[in-house]
Ligand binder design. Structure first.
Ligand code: BGC
Length: 730
């Protein structure tokens, strides 16, 4: 063993013992330490704390030694992380540890379903557990800070980053945002198995015009506050340590220099205690936005607005010293930022244990229990979109099954975009999952075509495979890099020749099951019409094939629901369930109403939708009172019965509508939900409580308040049905 690694090992052991005995520092103690340290720092060292670079090289090593880098991103692996930390801790004048960041979006090495998939589980507790495992693995590899959760509301599936968030609804998105923060950060940030979370991208990033990544965002402050800000607020309330400012401009002011969002809302209204990091180079991009004249102005505007750390832009490090010396940026502005950064470093325990115990990598990463959580998450994220005549689940007694499609034996796609240190070698493909599940089944595999491009030369073989089998599973969709960052699409069909392949296979008349892998809602109207069974699996992570096989053969009954609307055509976008009423709602074929000549207004599959192998019947919706006062609680109960032959999960959803108000309100808004498991024949009573707090909205004066009047309420299995009642708020 090399002396360095022995020293690190001993240090790790020591840290562990210290951790066992140590109490986390109180806020007052931390503030004292921060002030003491700050008073010893030179201006250059302070600005160093506000500087983050990606990777490590000789130049950065020199800068770390000089105290001119406070954070690195993308340095992972215990050995690399410890080596970088050692320079900061042992070779820099003040020994301030780095904070090492990495994008742990849906798992570090054990890759979980993409966030949009996991949101389909409608199970915030699950999101908390997968984040906890992700934190355990990432921290074992020296990662101290994750750039997650991504909580951008997205109403536009053309935008590829819809894959990274929780979909279109602010309420579901808020619960998941808070759950992920709790999962990453735990109860005590100084616990070495936690990581600091970073809620992103603040704010409005998901509303990029035309769904094109990084594009302009223009929206009313009311929409901003009602739809886009709530998940960030929820993350702040859950104690998130950091926040990332977005690339986009918001109503003309770039999000990375937006005083209104970064200071007025975040700090003054919400009382955020933590630091803000820019997105990659987004401070420098203020120039490209046409918002800053030059680098110096970019630095000045970003600091003033409240961006504490410059990710990879090299603008703060280069520009701030002179700006401060010349009095253009008062030093207290710099101190404010540095204080927040140091505070998080203390809170994360980095001063006490800057190094990670290298043993942890072997024991904490890809462990059997982590893989178990990945399987559970994958199963719970699968949405059954169609199941005509109960084609699914397939019988384990069928003799032969065709397995067709470019993603049927693909080990890359299930990892999805932003897959941390995910490794295709860890992935159970659909083919592998089916073979494990039904070892004696004859599987007639044919790839058919590529995901994108290529020719139809494989069609004949695929058609033959289907013809010679009892049934067929066709696995189609997007490659992993077709969603995520910089992956906007203008056509949302299943890409390439895959739709033609599907049509050719359908002509055989054999029972077809379409298994989709994709990072966004696709326009699948032809398939929805013509293919008897459709299973939406998104990108499910390392256990994808196991979970899909469980669902196809009935060992797991799917219970997930869409967290986002599926359009019929791209022209309907943006399409989302919680839209406002119009003066001329569509009415049949009435011409002068708000509708299209060539497509219905309705989605192909609505928000909250998903089937099960069993059926659920709702009955007996009751409200505790027809009228409530501003201080009362309304109890809502309903009965849900599993009328089928199998146990299954139902996500019971409660929606309201404020029928008339001083500002038009959505036709429906999700207010509560609960995922239940019901045995065959079992009935459960669900109970929800609402108060006037849940009925608040941003009124004409931009105050968040409820108004007396009549409300509709639904309890049901998706955003377009349910038992209906109404009540008055007095
Ligand atoms: C992305 C962020 C990410 C950052 C660091 C940027 O391009 O927008 O989401 O956290 O890179 O990798």
């Amino acid at each position: 063993m090399k002396p360095l690694s022995l020293a690190l090992l001993l240090n790790g052991l020591l840290t562990f013992c210290v951790f066992l005995s140590a109490q986390p520092l109180s806020d007052v103690e931390i503030d004292k330490k921060v002030d003491a340290l700050l008073s010893r720092m030179t201006l250059e060292e302070k600005i160093g704390q506000m500087t983050q670079f990606a990777g490590i090289n000789e130049k950065y090593e020199g800068l770390i030694k000089a105290g001119k880098i406070g954070s690195l991103l993308n340095v992972t692996g215990a050995a690399n992380a410890n080596a970088a930390q050692k320079i900061a801790v042992e070779d820099s004048r003040l020994g301030i540890p780095l904070i090492l960041g990495f994008d742990v979006i849906h798992g570090y090495r054990t890759i979980f379903p993409i966030p949009l998939a996991e949101a389909s589980s409608w199970d915030p507790g699950l999101a908390e557990r997968t984040s906890k495992v992700a934190a355990l693995e990432a921290s074992a590899a020296g990662v101290e800070w994750t750039f997650a959760p991504m909580v951008d509301i997205a109403r536009d599936p053309r935008w590829g980053r819809i894959a990274e968030g929780s979909g279109e609804d602010p309420y579901l998105g808020s619960l998941i945002a808070a759950a992920r923060v709790r999962g990453f950060q735990g109860n005590d940030l100084s616990d070495p198995s936690t990581v600091v979370a970073c809620v992103k991208h603040y704010v409005g990033y998901g509303a990029a015009e035309a769904g094109r990544d990084y594009n302009t965002v223009d929206m009313s402050r009311r929409t901003l506050r009602s739809i886009y800000l709530p998940p960030f607020h929820a993350a702040v309330e859950a104690g998130v340590g950091t926040l990332m400012s977005a690339f986009n401009d918001l109503n003309g002011v770039p999000a990375s220099a937006n005083w209104f969002t970064l200071t007025e809302v975040l700090r003054n209204e919400w009382g955020f205690k933590g630091f803000v990091v820019s997105d990659w180079n987004s401070v420098l991009e203020l120039i490209a936005h046409g918002f800053a004249a030059d680098r110096a102005e970019a630095a000045k505007l970003a600091v003033y607005a409240g961006v504490d750390m410059d990710m990879e832009g090299n603008v703060y490090l280069q520009q701030l010293p002179d700006l401060v010396k010349s009095g253009q940026v008062p030093e207290p502005e710099v101190d404010k930022a540095v204080r927040e950064i140091l505070r998080i470093k203390y809170k994360a325990g980095l001063f006490d244990h800057p190094y990670v115990d290298p043993q942890r990598e072997k024991q904490d990463i890809l462990s059997p229990s982590n893989l178990e959580v990945a399987l559970e998450a994958a199963r719970k994220s699968i949405v059954l979109l169609k199941n005509q005549n109960d084609l699914l689940p397939l019988s384990k007694n069928i003799r032969s099954l065709a397995l067709v499609g470019p993603l049927a034996d693909d080990s890359h796609a299930p990892l999805g975009p932003w897959a941390g240190q995910g490794n295709a070698g860890d992935v159970v493909t659909v083919m592998a999952g089916l073979k494990k599940k039904v070892p004696n089944l004859t599987l007639n595999y044919a790839k058919g075509c590529e995901v994108i491009g290529g020719t139809n030369s494989g069609f004949a073989e695929a058609v033959q495979a289907v013809k010679s089998s009892d049934a067929a599973v066709v696995v189609l969709g997007e490659a992993a890099d077709m969603s995520g960052e910089a992956a906007s699409r203008s056509v949302l069909d299943i890409p390439g020749l895959q739709p033609d392949l599907l049509k050719a296979l359908a002509e055989t008349g054999k029972p077809l099951v379409l298994v989709l892998m994709n990072g966004r809602p696709l326009t699948i109207d032809w398939a929805a019409e013509n293919i008897p069974a459709i299973v939406e699996t998104w990108f499910l992570g390392v256990r994808a094939g196991d979970a899909i096989a469980d669902v196809l053969f009935g060992d797991y009954n799917p219970g997930a629901k869409l967290p986002v609307t599926f359009p019929r055509s791209v022209g309907q976008i943006p399409i989302y369930y919680n839209h406002l009423s119009t003066g001329r709602p569509a009415f049949g074929n009435e011409r002068f109403t708000s509708r299209y000549l060539d497509v219905a207004n309705t989605p192909l599959f609505p928000f909250g939708y998903g089937l099960s192998y069993t059926r659920f019947e709702y009955s007996n919706l009751q409200l505790s009172s027809p009228t409530i006062g501003m201080k009362d609680t309304l109890k809502v109960t309903a009965q849900v019965r599993n009328t089928g032959q199998r146990a299954g999960d139902e996500v019971v959803q409660l929606y309201i509508q404020d029928i008339y108000a001083s500002v038009s309100q959505p036709v429906r808004e999700l207010k509560r939900f609960q995922r239940l498991t019901l045995a065959p024949g079992e009935t459960k009573t669900v109970e929800f409580e609402l108060s006037s707090e849940d009925l608040r909205f941003w009124n004409q004066e931009m105050k968040f308040a409820a108004e007396p009047g009549k409300f509709n309420l639904w309890v049901g299995g998706n955003s377009t049905d349910g038992l209906e009642a109404s009540f008055m708020l007095q």
